[in-house]
Ligand binder design. Structure first.
Ligand SMILES: Cc1cc2nc3c(=O)[nH]c(=O)nc-3n(C[C@H](O)[C@H](O)[C@H](O)COP(=O)(O)O)c2cc1C
Length: 175
């Protein structure tokens, strides 16, 4: 009997694939990141946003950033088809904002202060840094899509950043 025709072996294989996936996620979590909230408008002009820690810098000339979005995110269509998006780097005291925007499809914008930026893209009022981007390219990346953004405008107000490490929020250790 081959492994594929044995139901017990199939279950074992499925479990180990799941375990391996969890182990990979846990291992990737050793890489400490900042936390961002990315915002845009959906096709009907409603603000959408989500918490993202896959953000990174790519290029200075041209000015490019990237982040990746899970294909199963409710805001997937909005972000992969929008003209522009805004990336907000969160401050150390904005854990509640991260949790709010990590909620699936929740009413996220009723609970934070924001205003309309260029192109009517929602800009959060308070954050450590902001990058207003034109969506430059979508790159397929397995169960995620990588979004390249050309930075059109940027600003920083500074302050301690919110840090994410091994599934938990952290503060920067003193110098
Ligand atoms: C710290 C943190 C980082 C996250 N980073 C990402 C990310 O980079 N890409 C992603 O697709 N989801 C990420 N998520 C999950 C989304 O924020 C979450 O799935 C959210 O519900 C998506 O919103 P939506 O389903 O309303 O579109 C992250 C969540 C947390 C708490």
């Amino acid at each position: 009997m081959t492994a594929s025709s044995n139901p017990a072996a199939q279950t074992e294989t499925a479990q180990s694939a799941e375990e391996r996936s969890r182990a990979l996620r846990d291992t990737l979590g050793h890489f400490a990141t900042g936390v961002t909230v990315v915002t845009t408008l959906d096709a009907s002009g409603q603000p959408v946003g989500m918490t993202v820690n896959s953000f990174n810098s790519v290029s200075l000339d041209p000015a490019l950033t990237l982040w990746s979005i899970d294909r199963s995110a409710l805001s997937y269509a909005a972000f992969t088809q929008c003209e522009r998006f805004a990336i907000h780097v969160l401050k150390g005291d904005q854990q509640h904002v991260s949790n709010l925007f990590a909620g699936r499809g929740a009413d996220k914008f009723g609970q934070v202060k924001w205003h309309q930026g260029p192109g009517n893209i929602p800009h959060l009022d308070d954050c450590a840094a902001l990058f207003h981007c034109r969506r430059a390219q979508n790159i397929e990346g397995g169960d995620h899509t990588i979004l390249l953004g050309e930075v059109l405008e940027f600003s920083a107000s500074g302050g301690e950043p919110l840090v994410f490490h091994r599934g938990r929020y952290r503060a920067l250790a003193g110098e």
